[in-house]
Design a protein around this ligand. Structure first.
Ligand code: NOJ
Length: 548
């Protein structure tokens, strides 16, 4: 590991942004129907400003039957009536811009909803028609085509093919309601370029691109070795549908669209890839004519382990710089168990197994939050941008005991009720200590909130020294004033149990050990935990220091 890590030059806003991920269904419900909405989000812009974020990423807000939380898009140029209207979206974007907050829209190009007009047309059309060619329809195997064309499985469980009435099969790498588009079809390619332009013209500053590593399928449609696929999705060489070389052509096409729009409008635009690929592949997505950024899932997957974390950080920084990009840091999102919970569970816990059968007591909540605070401060000090998932700034935990009857995730359905899926991290935000849905809306919430949720609410933490919310606010403000312009990073060897680095006189130290570490000389700017005494850094604690 080299001692100094260089940071690629560049002043674009996304290089160091703190991006706040909004799950519209669960953020704030202005019209009191139990589901969050665009007006609710707009009403909370002052909260986001006070928090100090630079951008918001909106999870899908399009018309959708919501069979996969909106990742089943029925119309890419509109807003789901339950969330509001295009005018509401325009107002939100305008108000966010006025507050200095950029807006990133979620684009879902791998599949549409089965309610999308193209799919409705395709199903009604005949095999071999132009309408079917926008998707991936194939004849089945077996004497009468009764077997699926390949043995591929859906990410959510079960086969990746479903059969139409006329006997042909269509591919859906995710839910049965999410047919995969055919990215070798020029009409599909042109349509998405146009969708990018549509949202940029509406004011969007960037795009989070869903399943960006899955668009291209091997034209020979070979079977896969299912046993190894389950363990290593995205990590197999020459996989028939993950991370194929041809996706880079598509990346370049989109980048050209955004670059042209940037020139036309004089606004910096960006796109960030959701690419669950092996770490070696990530920089390929980040070449100067492809994505601006890619989510760093390698770090998200690290357990509380100093060696793994340090080498993951090192790799992400070196790789990003090698292609002129900037690293991204993510601990939670709408697809994973919240990190305050992950860090409170014993190492090696199978999260889905725990959600199904584990006891609440297995999770040490206090430890989980303490570690979450520490790791957040570490990430905020690193070069690159940080993505915050709504509610993590309150220290929210995974809601692990949602009753089966409210579970909504296709993972629950498609696994035949053997995996609960992701609803536990999507429970609506508590804004107030008491009241209907703890201030989320004027009535209930689409997923039930735990009865003690009020103690974690914004109201309960606002202005309270030592609360998670106040730590985030202080850390974001300090980060903007110190780390953001601090350039290259030098690793420091202060203690075998610490990850420590310095950037331009600012020092960040995280204690992964069990005992206290001596605090080096300098001004203590911030500690992740009050229990950090002036002289020592306690276990599971991060400190920021300014060298004398
Ligand atoms: C990744 C999204 O983050 C996830 O929520 C969704 O289920 C799949 N892609 C399919 O679109």
């Amino acid at each position: 590991m080299s001692e100094t890590i260089h940071v690629a030059a560049g002043t674009e806003w996304w290089r160091n942004a703190v991006v706040y991920q909004v799950y519209p269904r669960s953020f704030a419900d202005a019209n009191g129907d139990g589901t969050g909405d665009v007006e609710g989000i707009r009403s909370r812009i002052p909260y986001l400003t006070q928090l100090g974020v630079n951008a918001i990423w909106m999870n899908p807000w399009y018309p959708s039957p919501l069979l996969d939380g909106g990742y089943d898009v029925a119309d890419y140029r509109s807003i789901a009536p339950m969330f509001g209207s295009l005018d509401d979206a325009k107002r939100l974007i305008a108000d966010a811009h006025d507050a200095g907050i950029r807006v990133i829209v979620d684009l879902v190009p791998n599949h549409t909803s089965w309610d999308h007009k193209w799919f409705v047309e395709a199903v009604a059309a005949t095999p071999g028609s132009a309408a079917r060619d926008r998707y991936i329809f194939r004849d089945g195997k077996g004497e009468n085509g009764e077997l699926p064309p390949t043995n591929w499985s859906s990410v959510f469980g079960g086969p990746a093919w479903s059969r139409c009435e006329d006997g042909q099969w269509y591919l859906h790498l995710f839910d049965i309601s999410q047919p995969d588009l055919n990215w070798t079809n020029p009409e599909v390619r042109a349509e998405f370029c146009d969708i990018f332009r549509f949202w940029v013209d509406l004011g969007a500053d960037g795009f989070r691109v869903d399943v960006s590593h899955g668009l291209i399928k091997d034209p020979d449609f070979p079977d896969v070795d299912l046993a190894s696929e389950i363990l290593t999705v995205g990590h197999i060489e020459n996989h028939p549908h993950w991370d194929r070389d041809e996706v880079h052509e598509i990346n370049r096409e989109w980048r050209a669209v955004l670059d042209a729009k940037e020139v036309e409008l004089g606004r910096e635009l960006m796109m960030v890839a959701e690419a669950w690929v092996k770490p070696e592949s990530v920089p390929l997505y980040l070449r100067p004519d492809e994505y601006h950024q890619s989510f760093n899932f390698d770090f998200l997957g690290c357990p509380w382990d100093i060696t793994q974390m340090r080498s993951s950080i090192n790799r992400a920084l070196v790789d990003a710089a090698s292609v002129g990009s900037s690293a991204t840091w993510v601990l939670s999102n709408h697809d994973v168990v919240r990190h305050a919970t992950r860090y409170g569970l014993p190492e090696g816990t199978d999260y889905q197994e725990w959600l199904m059968h584990g006891s609440a007591e297995l999770c040490d909540h206090t430890l989980g939050v303490k570690r979450a605070r520490a790791i957040t401060m570490m990430l905020l000090a690193l070069p690159g941008s940080t993505y915050i998932y709504q509610g993590e700034e309150l220290g929210l935990h995974e809601v692990h005991d949602l009753p089966h009857e409210v579970l909504d995730d296709p993972v629950w359905r498609r696994s035949e009720h053997t995996r609960k899926g992701r609803d536990g991290c999507r429970v609506p935000i508590p804004w107030t200590t008491t009241g209907a849905s703890f201030g989320f809306g004027s009535d209930g919430s689409w997923l039930p909130q735990p009865s003690d949720w009020g103690a974690q609410s914004v109201e309960a933490q606002d202005g309270v020294a030592g609360s998670v919310l106040e730590l985030y606010r202080s850390a974001l403000a300090l980060r903007a004033a110190s780390w953001v312009d601090s350039g290259d990073l030098n690793w420091l060897e202060l203690d075998p149990h610490a990850i420590a680095f310095e950037r331009n006189g600012y020092v960040c130290i995280t204690n992964f050990g069990d005992s206290d570490i001596q605090l080096p000389d300098g001004d203590l700017l911030l500690a992740s935990d009050d229990s950090a005494s002036i002289a020592m850094i306690a276990a599971n604690t991060t400190v920021w220091i300014k060298r004398p």
